[in-house]
Each structure stands twice: as C-alpha cells, then as structure tokens.
Design a protein around this ligand. Structure first.
Ligand code: SIN
Length: 302
C-alpha cells in the first residue's frame, strides 16, 4: 500500500498536503464541506502582533492561469488568534498546525513567536519574510540574506518549536538567502511566496489592484517554484516545504522530486475548495502508476 507519510523536523504528517497560509483561513469554512482531518497539516492565515484590516479594495485580479492578491496581511491580531481562532480550530482539526507569522519589526516577529510558542497545537512556526503586499516589513526582510538571517535569529531565540522561514521569489539569488537562514538556525524553509505582478484595466486606464501591484500565484508560477525548490534543496541540509502553483497530485510528486519534504497548496483552494482533498485522494493511485511505494523516497531525487 502506498505510504504517504512524510516527516518535518520530527513531526510525522499522514501525507504531505498542507493548505498554504491565507488560502484556508482557520479551516472553518472548509470543515463545513469536508473532514479537514485528512490534511497533512494546515498553515493558518498569517498573524501579526496587531489586528490589520488589510489593503484597500480591489485587492484581487484574475489572470490567465493564476491570480494576483494584495490582501495586506488582514488578520485579527495575535491575541485574538490565540484566544478565539485557535481554540475553534482545535475543535475541528486534531493534528499539529503550522503558525504563519509576520511583522513590521524584529520585535513584532519576536512577539508573535513567543505567543505561538505557548500554543500546544502549533508544531512549526512559519516566518513570513516574503509578503509582497505591505511596506516596511513583510518582503523587506526577505530580500537580503542579512535581514532574513536577523529575523531567523530573533524568532529562534523566542521559541523552542521548529522555525521555517518562508522565502520570496522576488530576489536575485534565493539560494544565498536560504543559506543565510540555515546558518542563522532555521529548522526548515518554505518556498515560494507569490511573485510581484500587476494588471491594468485598459478601459479605466488604471491598475486593477488598488495598491497597484500584488502577489501572483497559481499554476503559471509552478515551474518557477519547482526550479527554486530544486536549487535550494541542493544548497541546504534543512527540509524544504515546496509551494507555488501546486494544483494536482502530479504537481505534488514533481515538487517532492525537486526536493520538497512536504507541499503547500495555495491558489488552487480558491478555485476549487476541494482541491486538497482531491489531491490526497488521487495520490495513492498515482504513486502506484509511477511505481512509488513511499513518498519520502522521492524527495530530491532530481
Ligand atoms: C497578504 O496577506 O497580503 C498575502 C500574504 C503573503 O503573500 O505573504
């Protein structure tokens, strides 16, 4: 029988499929349509120290084979997340969670990491240094090896949980940033976040997105994600969670062959709310067809 189990920093997941942060909220809406306990884990909506209303509307632009978002880290703030969202999520999802945190200063990252460190259900802290939709924070920390390493050190000092740094593709050399995070103590890496993109409404002659630009995701960016996961996999010794345009079981296999120990599914959840379930259901038959007994055997074979 096909063995879908994978391990991230000592945490064994039933399968590698994880909804990506910001595309699954805190799981509530999806739990109404299927049993979300079939998922490997959930990376819940990015949390900041203070509540955020997000960017002005419109903040979504549809594109061929993807979409641009400029949500702007809308979330109720870390206190409310811990007091209200996580207890509710605990009732409907019984496995370790991935806590995605963001900040506008090292102190804010530290604050969120300390809060998530106290949450028993949080298995991994995923540190977003790659949000393209906010100024003076977000992606600003992820575009240089030095600042990405600084945030890594700050978060590592604030928690005993495994720390995964979520990297931006909007850089010249993702490998140097990945290596800097590893050297600074990161336990793993998540990549890629969205690619900076823009659409223009040719009738109004204005950008479609109120914030002008946003993060492009969806099937169109999959080859870029596979390339970056493969480059980073060969440069570091820590596990990589691969993401970027994954929308079917074949993509999961390809991403794992490139070097991902687990895979996040993002934009596909917005197009088809059953995407993660369908991928998990299709994986065993696909593995049989490809002669794969254990998914963990194919990690980084290319
Ligand atoms: C957002 O909330 O703007 C998206 C988060 C991200 O791309 O990191």
């Amino acid at each position: 029988m096909a063995d879908l189990r994978v391990t991230l920093s000592g945490i064994t997941l039933d399968n590698p499929v994880i909804p990506a942060s910001g595309t699954f909220g805190y799981g509530k809406e999806f739990a109404e349509i299927y049993d979300i306990n079939i998922l490997g884990s959930i990376s819940f909506k990015g949390t900041t120290k203070d509540p955020r209303l997000g960017n002005p509307l419109p903040r979504i632009a549809e594109c061929t084979a993807g979409l641009i978002n400029s949500v702007g880290l809308q979330n109720p703030g870390v206190e409310k997340v811990c007091e209200e969202e996580l207890p509710e999520l605990r009732r409907i999802f019984k496995k370790p969670l991935i806590a995605n945190i963001s900040g506008f200063s090292p102190e804010e990252y530290e604050y969120c990491a300390r809060a998530m460190d106290k949450e028993e259900q949080v298995g991994i802290i995923e540190v977003n240094v790659s949000c393209p939709n906010v100024h003076n924070g977000g992606m600003a920390y992820g575009v240089l090896p030095e600042s990405a390493a600084e945030i890594t050190r700050v978060v590592k000092a604030a928690t005993k949980k495994p720390v995964y740094i979520k990297l931006s593709p909007n850089v010249t050399d993702i490998v140097s940033i990945a290596c800097a995070c590893e050297e600074a103590g990161a336990d793993g890496l998540s990549l890629i976040n969205t690619m900076l993109g823009m659409r223009i409404d040719i009738r109004t002659r204005k950008p479609v997105i109120a914030n002008r630009m946003g993060g492009f995701s969806g099937p169109a960016i999959f080859p870029v994600a596979v390339r970056m996961v493969n480059q980073v996999y060969h440069a570091v010794k820590i596990p990589v969670i691969g993401m970027g345009g994954v929308s079917k079981a074949e993509d999961v296999i390809e991403m794992m062959m490139a070097g991902a120990s687990a895979v996040q599914v993002g934009a596909a959840n917005l197009v088809n709310p059953y995407a993660c379930r369908e991928i998990i259901e299709e994986l065993p038959a696909l593995m049989d067809r490809l002669g794969i007994e254990r998914l963990s055997d194919i990690v980084g074979i290319v």
